[in-house]
Design a binder for this molecule. Structure first.
Ligand SMILES: [Zn+2]
Length: 253
């Protein structure tokens, strides 16, 4: 059997590296639709890299190299099993491209430079920063029980953590402004230390030195929990979606 030369060149679409898969939307967290409606096992069939939160906002998740970790309100990272459920997650197949090295730069400036270098503020992309952070401030929401509170009500039910001179990986997703609601416009970044003991949702950081890699997506696969009774029945007409997401997720200060 002969194989044509063309068929040996695998287009990037063949392994879905151009696709961001999102389960749930941030908008459904706003009124407290926090039931776990997918599992880590299912999510890993759509990628090996990602972020998310568990049922009842149980911890901040980060998936690196096909392994999922959760940072709960104790601040300690732990591996999560395949049957762990989530209301919201982003995942993709890693095919990052080296972008640049940076040193001694704060999170806000770093993020601004990443968008500038990428030149694509109107598309989804992922970014990985590997290096040493002179400080890293993270948070994890305290797990809520049903009946679930709204996203605004849980804003003060979170623990914050601070580490100095920590080596690790910051994984983020950038979403365009016009998708605020489905996601948080701008960056949503989670961190995991190299020793796999510390992490969380990034609030602020200073990168001492590190390397930046990015991966642009041309396709968003938006998966919805269509069989979840609460999601099916909920009326979103009075939920302050954009404002709640901005106050709960959009503040990286
Ligand atoms: Zn987060």
């Amino acid at each position: 059997m002969t194989t044509s030369r063309g068929s040996q060149i695998r287009p990037i679409t063949a392994h879905h590296a151009n696709q961001l898969y999102q389960h749930g939307t941030l908008a459904l967290l706003v009124p407290g639709l926090l039931e776990g409606t997918t599992t880590i096992g299912e999510l890993l069939t759509h990628g090996d890299t990602g972020i998310g939160t568990g049922e009842g906002l149980d911890g901040e998740l980060i998936i690196l190299d096909g392994v999922a970790y959760k940072v709960g309100s104790s601040g300690v990272a732990e591996r999560v099993p395949d049957d762990f459920t989530m209301p919201f997650a982003n995942v993709h197949h890693a095919a990052f491209q080296y972008q640049c090295a940076r040193s001694d730069i704060g999170l806000e400036e770093l993020n601004r430079r990443i968008v500038e270098a990428n030149g694509r503020a109107n598309t989804f992309f992922s970014v990985i920063v590997r290096g040493t952070f002179s400080f890293m401030k993270t948070r994890a929401v305290i797990k809520q029980q049903a009946p679930y509170p709204t996203l605004v009500e849980v804003a003060d039910r979170q623990a914050m953590f601070l580490r100095h001179d920590v080596k690790g990986t910051m994984l983020g997703y950038f979403s365009p402004l016009m998708f605020h609601g489905a996601a948080v416009a701008g960056f949503h970044e989670h961190f995991l230390s190299d020793d796999r003991t510390f992490g969380g949702h990034v609030l602020d950081a200073v990168l001492d030195h590190g390397e930046i890699y990015s991966q642009v997506f041309d396709t968003l696969v938006q998966h919805l929990p269509v069989d979840d009774p609460q999601y099916r029945a909920h009326d979103f007409s009075n939920d302050p979606i954009a404002e709640a997401i901005t106050s709960a997720e959009g503040d990286t200060k």
